[in-house]
Structure formats: C-alpha cells, structure tokens
Design a protein around this ligand. Sequence first.
Ligand SMILES: [Zn+2]
Length: 215
Amino acid sequence: MTIPPPDIVPYMAAWSAEQRIARTLLCGKGGIVYADEQPHDRDSRGALWMGTTLAQGRGRPEFARTHAQRQRRCMRALLCQVCAGPADRTEQGVLWLVENDEGRADELNWPEDLVTVHPPICAPCARQALRLCPHLAGRGSVAVRVKDSAVEGVYGQLYRSSPHSPVEGRRDAVFYDSPEIRWVLAAQLTRTLRGCTVVGWPPQPAAPDPTHIPL
Ligand SMILES: [Zn+2]
C-alpha cells in the first residue's frame, strides 16, 4: 500500500499509531465514570470523553476512523476538517459538505435542523476533495451554507447500568439536555445546522473582500 503524503490526509483522520487509551469505566451516580477520572476527562457540559493518543502522521492514515480530540477541535472552532484552517465563510454562512442520504435534498427545508458529526470545510479543500474523490459528488454530497449552527451534543457509545461494570448499548448522537448524556462515552462533537442554504456543487470560493486593497 502506498502511504499518501500527510498533506492530503484529512486533519481529522486517525493514524495507526494513534490508539484509544484504555480506561476502566464504572457505574457512578446517574451515569458512567472513569475509575481514575480527572476533571479534564469531562467537557464543560458534563459529557465524559474517550481518550486517544496523539501521534498525527505516524504509521498509516485510517480514513474511516476519526480522531476524537481533533474532530472536537474542528467542530468547536469551525475549522476545516481537512486542513484545520478556518472553514470558508460568506454572508450566507459557513461552508459544509452534507451527504445527501436517501436523496433527501429534494425535501423542503433540508438540511435544516440536521445533526452532524462532520465539521465544516474550506473551499480549496472542498474542491480538492471532489478532485480526489469524485464519488463524493456522485454519491450526492451537497454544498450548504449554514448561518447558525450550534454545538448541542455528542456522538458516542452509550452504556446502561449493571451491578458490575457498565454494559454497552447502541452508538448514537445524544443532546446535552438529555439524561442519556451521563451514559455516553463521547467520541465526536455534534452540531445542529440551522439557517441553511444549498449552494450547489462545486462550492464557489468566497467573494473577495471589497475593503481589501491588494498591495
Ligand atoms: Zn481546508
């Protein structure tokens, strides 16, 4: 297998040298806890996070696996999921590539209120992604401008209580205002997309800033 150069491996992808940190989970009062839990294991809204070692660029990229802490950083700060630079932004909002699952783009208001684990993207990376992965367009990814998105939950492994250690349930997205937030081991941050405008494919770059005078 030829290893692609790091500059075309999405920032968010995990590398083979990056492994999950094994921690003992216990049933605490009203949710899961780490046996050796530290304050930074939980985010400010109470979700417990899985830990992954940091070794970006070491070993092989594993495109199907997302690095929890890098995904979280992109999602919180609206950084491009590929290059970690600022996501593209115009008056219509921030640029996202949204998979058109089941041809839903024809529905009125789609993808309004969509809950996604995929961070936004910058315009050059969106165009490069299309060039390198034509199936993105074929499968029906749609470029969408999003005016108002909010971090409202996490995606991860849900557990349920048992007399011994917690028992694994489904993997799912959980909102911060749900009681289940105490029973999920977070692996990704979710944002809910609002104020969406479908802008077609491929996405166009932001218009130049009229106040910016080139030297
Ligand atoms: Zn980018």
